[in-house]
Write a protein that binds this ligand. Structure first.
Ligand code: APR
Length: 239
């Protein structure tokens, strides 16, 4: 693996777990979707039916995020990005996470395929703006001036993820595909490893426990991201 210079990393909720942000589906049944119904809180239909409850759910997650801090796994990936660039290589960092902990750890280029919690999007004019406060149906869009359309800039179930063309192009160009802290339960992200194999990439899973699609990976490193990710980065670019 250490010869790889064009690296594609996909991260999931597991990389932010040790920063105090909950995962969605953990074996202990304490995941976010065990406590909250995604069909009532994370679909466009739910937002149309009951915007107050949907917005309150994301207000809670936004406040948690604003008091969270990146952990050593986030910092290790920021280090990997600059170390590969120094060697004429590149890191494509695609995250399913809607938090900004990669950026706060210093990652310069992060592709948020499921959107960003600290931004709001207007359902009327599609404008996207930074938004750090709670969001209510009466808030006005600063672009079109209308109320009732603002929603978190996140991808809900049943909606198309973002930047899929960019992601496919980067997968085709990479040499190594690594999935970190994701259960492999949600498509299209769960399908990236099969695509990577089809394009001839080496594949590695770094996770607390084996993901649903673990058998598709050439290599597996199990343990908390705070231990496994810095060790892997050191192996790849250290010394
Ligand atoms: N270190 C490494 N991995 C961890 C840690 C940790 N400290 N804690 C948990 N994990 C692993 C779990 O073993 C699990 O495989 O992280 C994974 C989290 O899986 P999910 O909760 O399913 O999160 P994710 O795969 O990111 O979910 C994908 O589903 O709900 C939607 O849009 C949401 O982006 C999300 C998508």
């Amino acid at each position: 693996m250490s010869a790889s210079r064009k690296v594609f990393v996909l991260t999931g909720a597991g990389i932010s777990a040790e920063s105090g942000l909950g995962t969605f589906r953990d074996k202990g049944g304490q995941g976010i979707w065990a406590r909250f119904d995604p069909m009532k809180l994370a679909t466009p239909e739910a937002f149309a039916r009951d915007p107050e409850s949907v917005l309150a759910f994301y207000d809670l997650r936004r406040r948690n995020l604003l008091s969270a801090r990146p952990n050593v796994a986030h910092f290790a990936l920021a280090r990997l990005e600059s170390a590969l660039a120094e060697r004429g290589g590149s890191l494509t960092l695609v995250t399913q996470n809607i938090d900004d902990l990669h950026e706060r750890a210093g990652s310069a280029s992060v592709v948020h395929m499921h959107g960003e919690l600290l931004k709001a999007r207007c359902g009327r004019c599609e404008a996207v703006r930074p938004w750090l406060d709670d969001l209510s149906p009466s808030d006005l869009c600063s672009d079109c001036g209308r109320a009732g359309g603002l929603r978190p800039h996140v991808v809900w179930f049943g909606e198309m993820p973002l930047a899929m063309d960019l992601i496919d192009r980067a997968l085709r160009k990479a040499e190594l595909f690594v999935a970190i802290g994701t259960s492999g339960a949600v498509y299209p992200a769960a399908g990236f490893v099969a695509e990577a194999r089809a394009y001839g990439l080496r594949t590695c899973e770094i996770n607390l426990e084996a993901a649903d699609n673990a058998d598709l990976f050439d290599e597996q490193r199990l343990g908390p991201a705070s231990a496994t990710v810095p060790a892997w980065v050191e192996e790849l670019v250290g010394g």
